[in-house]
Design a protein around this ligand. Structure first.
Ligand SMILES: Nc1ncnc2c1ncn2[C@@H]1O[C@H](COP(=O)(O)OP(=O)(O)OP(=O)(O)O)[C@@H](O)[C@H]1O
Length: 215
């Protein structure tokens, strides 16, 4: 991958006779840029993230990568594509409460076949960058919400995804933690040519992004 992620003439609805969303939206999301998805509640910001993340299939139109349609790939290939190329951050860090946070961070790499030592090295590098490495052996109940969200970002970045999709990642964060999370995402977009897409109502995210798509 390494190419532009696009939606082309997109229409979606959750159920037959339900309201249609997006009205034929077309948009290109380029590597190297962080894009804020904004707009009134219910317009479909989260839904668009799930469509881009190949977890929901458009009613019509397509998701393409480098001009190739990926939204109609068979289930298994879609799942593999997602695991190899995409990272997700949600509003709630949703870390496993029973395990040390480092174990949650390395999990996606272990699934992808890394050995544990390489995965731990990579995880510690990311956790250093996010200022949470000294919390690596704590459990989620022993760290703050802001630290948990920073850990969740590390987990999303573990497999070097080309595309990072974040749903209100700063929704539960104070300004200081929001700044840490956003500046890490913006730096990854710029320095590593990743595509970062954030669904948000937060004006700070909107100001920090390279581009804003209003739904
Ligand atoms: N699983 C679902 N089944 C049916 N309808 C849904 C489902 N999820 C969302 N919707 C509806 O689809 C529309 C878009 O929802 P979505 O959550 O994508 O909007 P949003 O712009 O992210 O909203 P918010 O800013 O409130 O998070 C809304 O009308 C919502 O009620």
């Amino acid at each position: 991958m390494g190419s532009v992620l696009s939606v082309d003439d997109l229409v979606f609805r959750y159920r037959k006779n339900g309201d249609e969303l997006f009205d034929g939206l077309s948009h290109d999301f380029s590597p190297g840029r962080m894009t804020a998805l904004t707009g009134p509640s219910g317009r479909g910001k989260s839904t668009l993230l799930y469509i881009l993340g190949l977890m929901l299939t458009p009613l019509s139109g397509a998701v393409t990568v480098g001009g190739k349609v990926v939204s109609t790939l068979p289930d298994r290939r879609r799942s593999r594509f997602r695991a190899e190329h995409m990272g997700f951050v949600f509003q709630d860090a949703a870390l496993d409460p029973r395990r040390q946070v480092i174990d949650s961070v390395i999990e996606p790499a272990l699934y992808a076949g890394w050995d544990r030592n390489s995965a731990v090295l990579r995880a510690m590098e990311l956790m250093d960058m996010m200022g949470v490495s000294i919390r690596a052996d704590h459990r989620p109940g022993e760290i703050s919400g802001g630290q948990a969200q920073r850990v969740a970002v590390c987990r999303a970045l573990m497999n070097n995804p080309k595309v990072i999709l974040a749903d209100e990642p700063t929704g539960n964060l104070d300004h200081e933690n929001a700044e840490i999370v956003l500046s890490a995402l913006a730096t990854i977009a710029e320095d590593e040519e990743r595509t970062v897409i954030i669904a948000t109502h937060d004006s700070f995210v909107i100001e920090s992004s390279h581009e804003v798509l209003e739904l």
